[in-house]
Design a protein around this ligand. Structure first.
Ligand SMILES: [Zn+2]
Length: 257
């Protein structure tokens, strides 16, 4: 009944197909950042791009570390009492340190004042706290979160007091407890699921993953069509055409218009 397969219906089906790909693209774009955060935190990799000091009127000296991993950009702020010339060593470097992302533009002193103001000063005294601003996502940075850790305080479970904005944090098993010699950051005891979107990045990533899904589906469809035609059937509905493809399909209307 090939008349039923009208143009309007085909357009509707195509739109439905595109929307479905976009929905799955969005889901993947949301899951990927958590995975990207997990890997470097668990195995303790990451490259320090820059280590620099700024002096601010209220807090004197602030050490800023810029980290980059594959799909992760992190900036850490720690107030120091005096200059510490010993630089933090560069940790293991893997291929995911490849620079694929534009660096977020954050004026350092403004970012410092802003991140401090976001956290309770009693729970997180500035001289005991390490603040970090994290951008994550691939191929574009698509989520932002920040956190404060009181690195001088210890909780009953051995972790540091912390507060996080823009991410759900759930405790998980720290691999360093089970694998000897494994380097572990205090943050590896938790799984971070960022949710504060960077809209432009999230949009690009959603489209990017949707295109990959659409491509995979079309390859699968082409494969199915070829298999049906090898059997002499219609590639669309599998109706038996006995290898007479030139006339099209009387069942679904393939090659009839
Ligand atoms: Zn057919």
């Amino acid at each position: 009944m090939w008349m039923a397969q009208s143009k309007g219906r085909r357009v509707k089906r195509a739109i439905k197909h595109i929307l479905l790909c976009l929905v799955f693209g969005l889901v993947i774009a949301w899951i990927v950042p958590s995975g990207l955060l997990e890997i470097p935190r668990r195995i303790g990799t990451g490259r320090i791009l820059k280590s620099q000091m700024i002096t601010s009127p209220n807090t004197k000296l602030v050490k800023i570390l810029d980290y980059r991993w594959f799909g992760v950009y992190e900036r850490q702020f720690t107030q120091l009492r005096k200059f510490n010339t010993a630089d933090q060593r560069t940790r293991l470097e893997f291929w995911w340190t490849i620079h694929v992302l534009p660096e977020p533009k954050l004026p350092l002193d403004k970012a410092w004042e802003e991140i401090r103001s976001r956290y309770d000063e009693n729970a997180f005294p500035v001289e005991k706290t390490q603040y970090s601003i994290v951008h994550v996502g691939w191929p574009m940075l698509s989520f932002r979160m920040d956190g404060a850790i009181n690195i001088k305080g210890t909780l009953a479970d051995g972790t540091y007091p912390k507060d996080v904005h823009g991410a759900v944090v759930t405790p998980v098993i720290d691999p360093a407890k089970y694998f000897k010699g494994m380097e572990s950051s205090p943050l590896a005891t938790h799984l971070w699921v960022p949710y504060h979107p960077i809209w432009s990045g999230l949009f690009v990533n959603t489209v990017f993953y949707a295109l990959i899904i659409a491509m995979a589906l079309s390859i699968k469809r082409a494969y199915r069509h070829a298999r049906r035609m090898r059997k002499g059937n219609c590639p669309i509905c599998s109706y038996n055409l006995e290898f007479v493809f030139v006339d099209g399909c009387p069942e679904c209307g393939w090659r009839k218009d």
